[in-house]
Design a protein around this ligand. Structure first.
Ligand SMILES: *[C@@H]1O[C@H](CO)[C@@H](O)[C@H](O)[C@H]1NC(C)=O
Ligand SMILES: *[C@@H]1O[C@H](CO)[C@@H](O)[C@H](O)[C@H]1NC(C)=O
Ligand SMILES: *[C@@H]1O[C@H](CO)[C@@H](O)[C@H](O)[C@H]1NC(C)=O
Ligand SMILES: *[C@@H]1O[C@H](CO)[C@@H](O)[C@H](O)[C@H]1NC(C)=O
Ligand SMILES: *[C@@H]1O[C@H](CO)[C@@H](O)[C@H](O)[C@H]1NC(C)=O
Ligand SMILES: *[C@@H]1O[C@H](CO)[C@@H](O)[C@H](O)[C@H]1NC(C)=O
Ligand SMILES: *[C@@H]1O[C@H](CO)[C@@H](O)[C@H](O)[C@H]1NC(C)=O
Length: 787
């Protein structure tokens, strides 16, 4: 499993651990470490907390440069430059620093954190799998009435503006509050923006450095490829999923033919290209968030994050820092939870002011039939454009039986590179297993292709639900049951044979949705007292706009490059939720980010299209740590009845409980007189007014844990809600009061929930409190860890 950071430290060798601790110490706490010679400067981010609106940015930059000249030796003056400067919603900068210099800066007054400018990853699936979609949500009628005033900011790999998904036909004037810009760049003109695509900014990792004003020459490093144009496809896909215009008869080489449209087709898009194929620099992502807030976006969608194995604390995490300040200014931030599932403690982007998204399948998938020599037809999963037909047949061999000399059988079974004897595989269809996760499907395909095989059948229980795009190479993937039948057939005859047919759409596939294998799971590694992820949305087989593929190998023979692509990942789930949030915002312009989040969380559905509880791809019932509150249901979220509002004060108290010093927290938010409550402890985090409840430690026998919540009535003025409790066995859950009466809209009421783990078995168990007035149901899910 992927250990949480604390555990990761434990399993490191003691020498490494000592080094790691020393590093943390150097960077975070000690201003006075003796100089270490020969330190190479590396990029760092210096975060200095909040900023009053309308501050003097030139004065800020000058003071930052002054700080740098105080720590950088005078013979290295060239490094006295800011690679990024943050001055809209929060303050700070990035620069090239040695460890010692970073350590000294962290001791400066007003510096909240100094952290390495690490590379964040794009949250598409590990193996570049592609899939199909059904991205539209809500009814046409509602969308037609939706206002055009909501702006979604996409921080990603840029945009392909020519895609029909970004047509602005029928869109009204750009809202006058919009302050953003359409930056020209290579192969990107101002005219590439329109009333749909209203802004486009790009950042080069080493942007034009800001140097001391005294140096007149001001060298400019021009990056020839500087442009908001997408050269990866990820950003175009996420943008069109969030707010793409409806495009009739979209398809991926004829597969998944239908209407492609975003979650909120009436919303506008503002593009912040902070990432490339290799990932995104922390300093750049932070800059993009700062700009997006200042430009006037309403919702920010971020499908990137740290590796779950290397999470840092909230105030050294660029996405958490940026999202905190965005939230403070009323801008909602939606993030993907990562693709490091299915082990627990893998979810990232899990700060309580972020809406964290898990990924599910949808009711459409791609199947590729395997016709065995004895006439049996097996259904496998794949996106392949095989040109084989059912009148053909090829010898079928098991990988381990065609191993090259002195190759371990387990390697050949897994299609390990170099493991085949090409004389035995040429012209045949190979069967491999997926028991070694280091050999991805893409690699297996290349290995089989390289060995002259006619096709590949993969037996893999876990990944079968995420069809792999093998291009023209015949490919099909089956689970263990079907796999056993194929192997049995191979045993039953001297000359086994088969053919793999091209993939076809399978619509109304059941069960759906199912939690995707790769979707990262809770609890969060930093705190277990907030239930994460929050919600789930489609992230498997999503068809959306992309860049026309330049990789000829991926284009089926005789076809023109497709302008749509099928992709999978929590990256694809995140913009569905960002689109849903924009859709709610367009109906309820005054709602705060936490109200919109609450509406999506408390109305999420927990049943699939068979009317049964949602499951994971293993078939087990999905828990709140797998799927969050469930699959989003945007139409129901429009009228949630009651909402849980989480205020900036709540988030500041969270920081106290988590363990930050009051002085640090005061720097994060300027201009207030905030004080931490007395005796802050991690246990009190459960008490933050969040739409779900997590009790990280419930000791049996001696303790009863009480948690309080406050709801705000956003439904009819006169309404009375009663509570129904669904408690796991062994835990006594009491709600007090059990009835909440409202006489006004916006009226608030509070209740207390007590958990008593009398006879609970150890470990997490799950349940919910559901408030209902007959017309609305408000589900408050909980996770309780009995010790
Ligand atoms: C300004 O800085 C650049 C880069 O360090 C240097 O090449 C140049 O000579 C400096 N110009 C002046 C006027 O100091
Ligand atoms: C099928 O595709 C392969 C290469 O992908 C090609 O060599 C072969 O000629 C094609 N067969 C037919 C019948 O088109
Ligand atoms: C196939 O036959 C081999 C040897 O007889 C045996 O070890 C294996 O279990 C059989 N496999 C299946 C799937 O029946
Ligand atoms: C083909 O072989 C498999 C495995 O032995 C068997 O389950 C299936 O019934 C056979 N199909 C036919 C049509 O005989
Ligand atoms: C899944 O949930 C359903 C309904 O709550 C229950 O009947 C079933 O036993 C559960 N399955 C498992 C494997 O726990
Ligand atoms: C700060 O808080 C203290 C005590 O709560 C109060 O007396 C004081 O007036 C506050 N100052 C400001 C500027 O709000
Ligand atoms: C709500 O109920 C009160 C008292 O029963 C009544 O006076 C009031 O008119 C009602 N308001 C609405 C909007 O129905």
């Amino acid at each position: 499993m992927h250990p949480s950071p604390a555990r990761a430290t434990l399993i490191l060798s003691s020498a490494m651990a000592a080094l790691l601790l020393q590093l943390l110490f150097l960077v975070l706490t000690s201003p006075s470490v003796s100089a270490i010679s020969n330190q190479a400067p590396e990029p760092y981010v210096v975060y200095m907390g909040g900023i009053p609106e309308g501050g003097d940015q030139e004065a800020l930059q000058a003071s930052h440069l002054q700080m740098l000249s105080a720590v950088i030796p005078s013979d290295e003056e060239a490094r006295v430059s800011l690679t990024q400067s943050y001055h809209h919603a929060f303050k700070g900068f990035s620069a090239m620093l040695t460890e010692t210099e970073a350590a000294s800066l962290s001791g400066y007054d007003g510096v909240v954190s100094v952290f390495r400018d690490r590379i964040l990853r794009l949250h598409t699936t590990r193996s570049w799998d592609f899939l199909e979609a059904e991205s539209g949500i809500g009814s046409e009628r509602l969308h037609d009435r939706a206002s055009n005033d909501v702006i979604i900011g996409i921080i990603d790999t840029g945009i392909w503006p020519e895609s029909p998904s970004f047509s602005d036909a029928g869109m009204g004037k750009i809202p006058s509050r919009w302050k953003g810009t359409c930056m020209e760049g290579s192969d990107f003109k101002k005219s590439d923006c329109n009333r749909k695509l209203i802004g486009a900014r790009y950042y080069t990792s080493q942007a034009e450095p800001i140097r001391p004003a005294t140096n007149g020459s001001h060298t400019i490093r021009v990056d020839g490829f500087g442009s908001a144009r997408d050269s990866v496809g990820h950003g175009t896909h996420t943008a069109s999923t969030a707010a793409g215009t409806a495009v009739q008869s979209a398809s991926y080489y004829g597969l998944a033919r239908g209407v492609a449209k975003g979650g909120s087709p009436s919303s506008r898009l503002a593009i912040y290209k902070a990432c490339s194929l290799g990932g995104c620099a922390s300093s750049t992502v932070l800059k993009a968030i700062d700009d997006a807030i200042d430009d006037g976006v309403d919702v920010i969608s971020i499908s990137i994050g740290m590796s779950s194995a290397f999470q840092t604390d909230f105030l050294s995490d660029p996405i958490a820092i940026g999202a905190f300040h965005a939230n403070q200014r009323g801008v909602m931030v939606v993030c993907s939870g990562g693709n490091d599932g299915p082990d627990p403690y893998t979810v990232v982007n899990s700060a309580p002011w972020i809406l964290t998204v898990a990924a599910s399948s949808i009711d459409r998938t791609f199947q590729s039939q395997i016709v065995l020599g004895n006439g049996s037809i097996m259904k496998g999963f794949a996106i392949s454009f095989s040109n084989l037909s059912s009148s053909e047949s090829f010898p079928l061999v098991f990988g381990r039986d065609v191993a090259a000399e002195s190759t371990p059988v387990s390697e050949a079974s897994n299609c390990y590179p170099g493991s085949f004897d090409a004389d035995k595989t040429s012209g045949k269809i190979i069967v491999c297993v997926g028991t070694d996760p280091t050999v991805t499907r893409r690699v297996k395909k290349l290995v089989a292709q390289g060995a002259g095989a006619k096709g590949l059948i993969l037996i893999d229980e876990d990944e079968k639900g995420v069809p792999f795009d093998s291009g023209s190479f015949p490919f099909s993937e089956v689970g263990n049951d079907v796999g056993a039948q194929i192997l049995e057939y191979m045993n039953s005859t001297k000359k086994p044979s088969a053919v793999i047919l091209p993939a076809e759409d399978a619509k109304e596939f059941k069960p759906a949705p199912v939690v995707a294998y790769f979707s990262a799971r809770g609890p969060g590694g930093l705190t277990e007292a907030i239930l994460k992820p929050d919600v789930m949305a489609p992230g498997v087989s999503i068809v959306a706009a992309s860049i026309p593929s330049s990789d000829i190998g991926d284009v089926p023979a005789g076809k023109k490059p497709s302008s749509f692509a099928i992709k999978s990942g929590t990256s694809m789930a995140c913009p569905h939720v960002a689109g849903a949030a924009a859709f709610i915002k367009s109906s309820h312009p005054r709602w705060s980010p936490s109200m919109i989040r609450s509406a999506l969380v408390t109305t999420a559905t927990m049943t699939n299209n068979l009317g049964k509880p949602l499951t994971s791809n293993s078939g087990a019932n999905a828990s709140f740590h797998d799927m969050g509150a469930g699959e989003i249901s945007p139409l129901r979220a429009l009228s949630p009845g009651l909402v849980f509002e989480t205020t900036t004060e709540d988030y500041l108290r969270f920081l106290c409980y988590y363990g930050y010093k009051e002085q640090v927290i005061r720097s994060v938010i300027t201009g207030t007189n905030f004080s931490c409550p007395p005796d802050p402890t991690q246990d009190l985090i459960s008490n933050i007014n969040y739409p779900s409840i997590s009790v990280a430690k419930l000791e049996g026998k001696q303790t009863v844990v009480k948690v309080s919540r406050t709801v705000t009535n956003v439904g009819p003025a006169n309404s009375t809600y009663t509570a129904a409790v669904d408690a796991p066995s062994g835990i006594v859950v009491k709600v007090s009061p059990e009835r909440l009466a409202f006489t006004k809209r916006w009226m608030r009421a509070s209740y207390e929930v007590s958990f008593d783990a009398k006879d609970a078995s150890r470990g997490y168990c799950y349940g919910s409190i559901t408030w209902s007035d007959g017309a609305h149901t408000v589900r408050n899910g909980f996770a309780v860890n009995a010790m």
